[in-house]
Design a binder for this molecule. Structure first.
Ligand code: UDP
Ligand code: MG
Length: 323
């Protein structure tokens, strides 16, 4: 069986077309499947619409989270609930075209354990953002201590073994594309053209994008920490040059200004280093508090044999298992 996991946050405008296109794509493969929709605390009619779909289509599983946990939290709940022998993950705004899924399945059938979808091109209604994303991928590729396929997002497939390995990683600040590359296994790439949103607005706020990008850097690179050492070396060099200059000059007004700027320069470098350390310390604090990555309120599904509808209330211990 193949599971398709899709996080949903306020997607009432496009849910029906999403469900239709995903269903068509997966049915064309002839595989048994389940569609796992994760309602990430939507404030619009997404949940009733999904439950209505679930009542009519026994392939659908709806996970209702306790609140809005963000993209990565929603994904985690979906991936740990999915039961398939292979799990496809995609966004719910149709930027990841469902028509690519049969290619993932074909690669998996040929023995791939992890299939990563790489963007050949991307359409963004917000033009500036597209350029920013491309720059970000270039920068991240340089900074990361670990090789992660460039221009990939969450879209892709993992077999059961790779999925279990990723789910067993309990880190709180999750950069999914990084984790998927990190676990290894037999990897394959599928190229696709990233579409624009099928409808509605982007659901990730500017701040949550910044959080996602910094998580990627701080959880996959030690280079920012080494930056402090590098800057220390730089200021030491400048200080020595100034000392030589001070011996050979005879003071005057310029000396005061020089002193002032040197103090400010060193101070700012120290603050930057402290800020970088703070980013790591905050993440260490997240890890030791060991709060769950997200909490599930209800899981709605139909019994596969009888078609009977029921819902599960996950036990507290189960949800804290990641801790
Ligand atoms: N999403 C979510 N929780 C959130 C924000 C977004 O589950 O707090 C979902 C959203 O419904 C979509 C996917 O995550 O299916 C990606 O979000 P979006 O398309 O807005 O991100 P973007 O394409 O703007 O990066
Ligand atoms: Mg999107």
């Amino acid at each position: 069986m193949i599971s398709i996991v899709i996080p949903i946050y306020n997607e009432e405008e496009i849910f029906h077309i999403l469900h239709q296109r995903v269903t068509n794509a997966i049915v064309s493969t002839g595989e048994d499947y389940e569609l796992v929709y994760v309602n990430d605390g939507s404030r619009d009619r997404s949940l009733p619409i999904m439950l209505d779909t679930q009542a009519r289509d026994p392939h659908v599983v709806v996970i209702d989270l306790s609140r809005n946990w963000g993209h990565m939290g929603a994904i985690y709940a979906g991936l740990t609930t999915a039961k398939g022998d292979a799990v496809v993950l995609m966004d719910g705004d149709l930027q990841d075209p469902p028509e690519v899924i049969p290619q993932f399945v074909a690669k998996w059938r040929q023995g791939a354990q992890v299939v990563t979808a790489v963007r050949r091109s991307r359409q963004e209604s917000r033009k500036g953002l597209g350029v920013l994303f491309a720059l970000w991928h270039k920068l991240f590729d340089k900074i990361s201590d670990f090789k992660i396929p460039e221009n990939s997002g969450v879209f892709g497939l993992c077999d059961r073994q790779a999925m279990d390995s990723i789910n067993a990683l309990t880190e709180r600040n999750r950069y999914f594309p990084g984790l998927r590359a990190w676990v290894g296994y037999r990897n394959e790439v599928v190229y696709y053209d990233r579409a624009d949103r099928a409808g509605g607005e982007g659901k990730l706020s500017f701040m949550s994008r910044i959080k996602y990008a910094t998580d990627a850097i701080y959880t996959f690179s030690y280079k920012p920490l080494r930056l402090a050492m590098f800057m220390g070396g730089l200021t030491l060099f400048i200080a020595l040059m100034l000392a030589v200059f001070a011996f050979t000059s005879d003071g005057g007004r310029g000396a005061y200004l020089g002193l002032l700027s040197a103090v400010a320069f060193v101070g700012s470098l120290q603050m930057i280093s402290l800020g970088v350390f703070a980013e790591y310390i905050a993440r260490i604090y997240d890890e030791i508090r060991a709060r769950p990555i997200s909490l599930i309120n209800r899981v709605y599904r139909a019994d596969r044999a009888t078609g009977l509808q029921f819902h599960e209330v996950p036990r507290r211990e189960e949800q804290l298992r990641a801790a």
